[in-house]
Design a protein around this ligand. Structure first.
Ligand code: HPA
Ligand SMILES: [Zn+2]
Length: 339
């Protein structure tokens, strides 16, 4: 297969995205448009100047600019436009399902009501399903640099919306904020019937991944790269069949790997880990879902079979019902057999 043929094959392959922060899909063009619509001044003069500022050496560098960018999101319409713009890109990449993160505290802490945020996102998700055929679910993330009380307050605000939220996650600055800090908030979320995920092992040590699985009892791990430093942990993740939502271009941009060639994705698959490919914050990290698949495929030598496995893992690790998962996985097999 030529590179062009392989890209066409992967574009057509049905795929789910399981690790994408909706605020991280805010493209500079939309940032300017929303700033203007809301009468806000940006500390940048042009789209080019914004893109030039996206040179990060670590997670915190990125987070500082990401929280600043989210400041242009004010109205329900802003959140709907943000979500729809993402789903259009996903559909163009052949994505058929997404489980998207949102950070309510980033907005409520600057006076935007929780209900404004969630109503706008749900409107975008609804329209995406109707007009693009892309299904989606919503995952509320606690900001881990804030305290446990703030997580509980956010969970309280989510209570009227539980039918619309599939799970809770944990994001923001990892080191110094282990999953254990939120063990009780996650237990309360689980008691409400929510699924649990957590970023772990992006910059934080294998011990944080152990905590996420043993203490918080997550349903999947977001990133998980540093789990590979611990053989017993890797074996445990393989044995449990834990899904890892891996984000190759994010890892490159935040300097978790020096080059994409040294990215562990191929190694993860060869070890039997249930890895998936995701874009994390595509507007900031330089690529949506397909670009993450293809850049990594080229850099680490993923085979056609690896790519099919990744697509199947994305549905198997999703929060769709067992029947829906089986149907979507059969769709991947049918596509692979026909192409
Ligand atoms: O890549 C990320 N890591 C942790 N927190 C985040 N919040 C948005 N994106 C990220
Ligand atoms: Zn993330």
């Amino acid at each position: 297969m030529t590179d062009t043929d392989l890209t066409a094959f992967v574009r057509g392959l049905p795929k789910a995205e399981l690790h994408m922060h909706i605020e991280g899909s805010l493209e500079p063009e939309l940032m300017f448009e929303l700033a203007e619509r809301n009468g806000l001044a940006l500390p940048f003069k042009s789209v080019e100047e914004i893109r030039a500022a996206y040179a990060f050496s670590n997670l915190q560098d990125f987070l500082d600019i990401y929280y600043q960018g989210a400041g242009v999101l004010i109205t329900e319409a802003d959140f709907k436009d943000l979500a729809l713009a993402y789903f259009r890109r996903l559909a163009a990449d052949g994505g058929t399902h997404a489980e998207i993160f949102f950070d309510p505290q980033t907005h409520t802490d600057r006076g935007i009501a929780f209900d404004v945020v969630i109503k706008g996102l749900l409107a975008g998700m609804d329209e995406a399903e109707k007009t693009l055929g892309v299904t989606s679910k919503l995952i509320l993330c606690f900001l881990r640099h804030l305290d446990e009380d703030a997580a509980f307050a956010t969970l309280e605000q989510a209570k009227p919306w539980l039918a619309e939220i599939v799970g809770v996650g944990l994001d923001s600055s990892e080191v110094g904020h282990p999953p254990a800090k939120f063990a009780r908030a996650f237990q309360a979320a689980r008691d409400l019937g929510l699924k649990i995920v957590a970023h772990a092992g992006e910059e934080g040590p294998p011990a944080y991944v152990w905590e996420a699985i043993d203490l918080v009892k997550v349903d999947r791990i977001d990133h998980g790269n540093r789990a590979l430093e611990d053989e017993a942990l890797t074996a445990r993740l393989v044995r449990d069949g834990t899904t890892l939502t891996v984000c190759p271009l994010s890892n490159l941009k935040l300097c978790g790997v020096k080059t994409l060639e040294e990215h562990p994705l191929k190694r993860m698959l060869d070890l039997g880990l249930k890895a998936t490919v995701n874009s994390d914050d595509p507007a900031y990290f330089g690529g949506y879902l397909l670009e993450n698949y293809m850049a990594t495929a080229t850099a680490v030598g993923l085979t056609r079979e690896d790519l099919v496995t990744l697509a199947k893992n994305s549905f198997a690790g999703s929060f769709l019902s067992e029947a829906e998962k089986a149907e979507r996985i059969a769709g991947v097999d049918a596509y692979a057999a026909a192409n």
